[in-house]
Design a protein around this ligand. Structure first.
Ligand SMILES: CC(C)(COP(=O)(O)OP(=O)(O)OC[C@H]1O[C@@H](n2cnc3c(N)ncnc32)[C@H](O)[C@@H]1OP(=O)(O)O)[C@@H](O)C(=O)NCCC(=O)NCCS
Length: 164
C-alpha cells in the first residue's frame, strides 16, 4: 500500500488559481532560484494563468487537497530536442517529506512519454539545497553554465538525469 500522504497529479485549466498561488509563493520564497520574478508574474491575467495551467505540463503535489509543491516539464529553445524540468518548488512545511522526489518522477514520466532519454534542468549555483536534492535524484552536472537573463550576477548550472 502507498503510505505517502501526497497525491501528485497533472494540473489542468481549472487549476489556474491554484497554480497562481503556489507559483507566486515560490517566487516570493526563493527569488534567486527562478528566472521569472514575483513582480512580473503577479501582473499576469486570469487568462494567462489558465493557459499555463492547461498547456504547460504542470504537476502539483497535494496533501489534504492543498497544493504543497509543483514542477513542470517543457522545452528549451536554446537546446532543440531536449526536455527540461522547470519551476520546481515545495512549500517549507513539506520539504524533506519525499513529495519533491515524486514531482521529479512525474516530470520524468512526462518526458519519457515524449520520447526523451534525458531530463535537463538549470539550477542557480548558490541554491545549495536544490542542488543537493537534484544530485540525490540522479541529476549530474554536465559542465555547462549560463548567466541568468534577468540578473547576470547569477550563474545557472545545467544538470542532466538519465531516463533509461
Ligand atoms: C528544491 C526543493 C524542491 C527540494 O525539495 P526538498 O523536499 O527540500 O528536498 P529533500 O529534503 O528531499 O532533499 C534536499 C537535500 O538537500 C540537503 N539539505 C537539506 N537541508 C539543507 C540545507 N539547509 N542546505 C543545503 N542542503 C540541504 C540534503 O542532502 C537533503 O537530502 P537528504 O534527504 O539526503 O537529507 C525544495 O527545497 C524547495 O522548494 N526549495 C526552494 C525552491 C528551490 O530552490 N527550487 C529549485 C529551483 S531550480
Amino acid at each position: 500500500m502507498d503510505e505517502s500522504p501526497f497525491l501528485v497529479r497533472r494540473a489542468n485549466a481549472k487549476d489556474a488559481q491554484k497554480l497562481r498561488a503556489i507559483r507566486l509563493e515560490s517566487l516570493a520564497d526563493t527569488p534567486e532560484a527562478y528566472g521569472s520574478t514575483y513582480e512580473d508574474s503577479v501582473k499576469w491575467s486570469r487568462l494567462k494563468w489558465r493557459i499555463a495551467a492547461a498547456k504547460w505540463n504542470y504537476f502539483f503535489g497535494e496533501r489534504d487537497g492543498e497544493v504543497v509543491g509543483m514542477a513542470s516539464g517543457g522545452f528549451n529553445d536554446s537546446h532543440p530536442g531536449t526536455h527540461w524540468l522547470f519551476g520546481m518548488y515545495v512549500t517549507p512545511s513539506a520539504r524533506g517529506t519525499g513529495v519533491a522526489g515524486q514531482l521529479v518522477e512525474a516530470v520524468s514520466e512526462w518526458a519519457r512519454g515524449e520520447g526523451a532519454k534525458s531530463l535537463y534542468l538549470h539550477v542557480t549555483e548558490s541554491v545549495t539545497r536544490a542542488r543537493a536534492f537534484y544530485e540525490k535524484m540522479g541529476f549530474r552536472l554536465n559542465g555547462e553554465s549560463i548567466k541568468m537573463d534577468r540578473d547576470r550576477s547569477m550563474t545557472l548550472v545545467t544538470m542532466v538525469r538519465n531516463l533509461d
